[in-house]
Write a protein that binds this ligand. Structure first.
Ligand code: PLP
Length: 398
């Protein structure tokens, strides 16, 4: 039981997060500074948000202008930057239309609503379910938490939402089950499970999954909240798998740190959202969508995808060297692009804490035994070398 009777004064922020004992006050490029002036190499990118690094010049300049022009305007009016960003995203993906919201959970929530409405209106199915996969992560709202097949995150929040079924990721069993499932309206998956331990989807499995979705008229929905906007070396990770999803969601890196989310779909699907069926006060507002446009323009101008591929190759080769040097400590190096997981033979949080305390380097975990390494995509070789040197130092102590 939690002690709810303590007379002690408590912090005014709810304790929903376990936090590192550091207060970050400034960021630029691949570095952040704390309130004592200490400088850190940031290989978390604010959980895969700051793809262009912190406060990237190209976005900063445009946002400063936007600050003097217009901050907010409702979706009852046209918003030029929103239309521009939607045009860019549809140009760069297999989708035809976009809806903007404010976060990853909200984007997936929207995708779930879209799938249900499509099933109701087009398929005449009112009680279908959506399939998601074990160890997935889709967000913290009630529907996306239900979609998230991890008991430890759902614990204590029941009753969960009806209309979801879980199957094992990367497994033939899932394909078989879907072939026999006549009530499934959509399948939602991450192309690399991020929070669930950095597990990339197998090519053959994804091909089979897309086939069964197509055959059975189930929507294929990819949650690219973490993998999207260049993290894996292509703008979206699905683009490396030779598939065309019906629905794609994005958020984290889309606004370079300004909150924004989006779900997009092929027109046969997106058209079921007629006026009045979905909405968001802040979604697609001028400030956030201006950040999105500037982010995608910077991607093109600075060849950020090429940088990501090159950096990923270099960082991976260095990590594989480390694995060879410390075979008892490092069990696996995996991932896609600059979404990298390193499986450790001991609690990963020890590495995270030692890197931060002794080497001023920030990384994350994904579960108990996986280090999650998410540098800005524009990182350079000397910054990668600095990180590897720190890793060497930490592993040497174990
Ligand atoms: C982070 C994340 C979400 C949730 O995004 P929020 O902006 O925190 O709501 C959903 N799906 C995936 C794959 C994520 O990595």
């Amino acid at each position: 039981m939690l002690n709810t009777e303590s007379a002690e004064k408590i912090a005014p922020i709810m304790s929903a997060y376990g936090r590192f004992p550091v207060t970050i006050v400034k960021g630029k490029g691949c570095y952040v500074w704390d309130d004592t002036g200490k400088k850190y190499l940031d290989f978390t990118s604010g959980i895969a948000v700051c793809a262009l690094g912190h406060v990237p010049d190209a976005v900063e300049e445009v946002l400063k202008k936007q600050l003097d022009t217009l901050w907010h305007c409702s979706n009852l009016f046209h918003i030029a930057s929103q239309e521009k960003l939607a045009g860019m995203l549809t140009e760069l993906t297999c989708c035809d239309q976009v809806f903007f919201c404010n976060s990853g959970a909200e984007a997936n929530e929207g995708a779930i609503k879209l799938a249900r409405r499509y099933a109701h209106l087009i398929k005449g199915k009112e009680n279908g379910h959506i399939v998601t996969f074990n160890h997935s992560f889709h967000g913290r709202t009630m529907a996306t938490l239900t979609a998230t097949a991890q008991e430890k995150l759902q614990d204590g929040f029941g009753p969960l939402m009806p209309g979801f079924r879980y199957l094992p990721y990367n497994s033939d069993e899932a394909i078989q089950a879907l072939q026999e499932d006549d009530d499934c309206i959509a399948v939602m998956l991450e192309m690399v499970q991020g929070e669930g331990g950095v597990i990339p989807a197998d090519q053959n499995w994804v091909t089979a999954l897309a086939e069964v979705c197509h055959e059975k008229g189930m929507l294929l929905m990819v949650d690219e909240v973490q993998t999207g906007i260049g993290r894996t070396g292509t703008l979206f990770a699905y683009q490396q798998y030779g598939i065309e999803p019906d629905v794609v969601t994005a958020a984290k890196a889309l606004g370079s740190g300004i909150p924004i989310g989006a779900f997009m779909a092929k027109k046969q699907v997106s058209q079921v959202l007629t006026p009045g069926t979905h909405g968001s006060t802040f979604g697609g507002n001028p400030f956030a969508t201006t950040a999105g446009v500037a982010t995608l323009e910077a991607f093109k101008k600075q060849h950020v995808l090429d940088q990501c591929v090159k950096n990923a190759e270099y960082l991976n080769s260095k990590l594989i060297e480390l694995k060879a040097k410390y075979p008892d400590l490092i069990k696996d190096v995996r991932g896609k692009g600059l979404l990298i997981g390193v499986e450790t033979a001991f609690p990963a949080i020890e590495v995270v804490n030692q890197l931060r305390e002794q080497y001023s380097v920030l990384i994350l975990t994904a579960g108990k035994n996986v280090l999650r390494i998410l540098p800005p995509l524009i990182v350079n070789e000397s910054e990668i070398d600095q990180f590897i040197k720190a890793m060497n130092g930490v592993l040497n102590q174990h």
